[in-house]
Ligand binder design. Structure first.
Ligand code: SAM
Length: 214
């Protein structure tokens, strides 16, 4: 993702601790207390500019959502969208690295993880950085409930093929696979920024749902 320098981003983020949680390690095992209910928790890893997670939070008020993003300059766009949407009470954002998810979430705390248009890292020597590499699947499993789900969308055929194999080898069960999501787009599909961009270029969108074993 190309980014211009935005020196104001950090300050703007600090002005909105009600949405971008400061010291998120304090909430490990306690996210339901923060949301004030026992609704399921779904997280998006690599939420970018936030169109998906904000849209999901608005469409599904009975589910709690947390968007996770690595960069200030990107998450600030998601913050703007959340504010424009009236700060949905079931939405929070975290500026953290997915490698550290276990610092912030306990086993059984998360019901579902969304991965949308994750960076493909096409070179073999960078395979470990792919968010569907075994080392990330282990991390996801350690915070999800038993039979917790991963829902994954991408335009990148290579990453999709890799992910099918990686998840199968890990022992996950595939529940849904589409090689052209938009050919028969479900009414409740919320498009991400990348999804709109690649779809407009005529690229098929791949999607899968998989669950971890018991
Ligand atoms: N999901 C958005 C979409 O579909 O429009 C953004 C896709 S963009 C290609 C991938 C995003 O994942 C980037 O914003 C990047 O900063 C973020 N990302 C990559 N690796 C990450 C990690 N280890 N932890 C958190 N976010 C990460």
């Amino acid at each position: 993702m190309r980014m211009r320098n935005k020196p104001w981003a950090k300050e703007f983020i600090e002005q909105h601790p009600e949405i971008i949680i400061q010291n998120p390690e304090n909430y490990k095992g306690k996210w339901n207390e923060l949301f004030g209910n026992n609704h399921p928790l779904h997280i998006e890893v690599g939420s970018g500019k936030g169109q998906f997670i904000v849209g999901m939070a608005q469409a599904n008020p009975e589910i709690n959502y947390i968007g996770i993003e690595l960069y200030d300059k990107v998450i600030v766009k998601a913050l703007e969208k959340a504010l424009e949407a009236g700060s949905p009470p079931n939405l929070r954002l975290l500026k953290i690295n997915a490698e550290e998810l276990e610092k912030f979430f306990k086993k059984n705390e998360v019901q579902r993880i969304y991965l949308n248009f994750s960076d493909p890292w096409p070179k073999k020597r960078h395979a470990k950085r792919r968010l569907t590499h075994e080392r990330f699947l282990k991390i996801y499993e350690s915070i999800l409930v038993d039979e917790g789900e991963i829902h994954f969308k991408t335009d990148n055929r290579g990453l999709f093929e890799y992910s099918l194999v990686s998840m199968s080898q890990y022992g996950m069960v595939l529940q849904y696979v589409s090689l052209d999501l938009h050919a028969n787009e479900p009414e409740d599909n919320i498009r991400t920024e990348y999804e709109e961009k690649f779809s407009a270029m005529g690229q098929p969108i791949y999607r899968l749902e998989a669950k971890f074993p018991k």
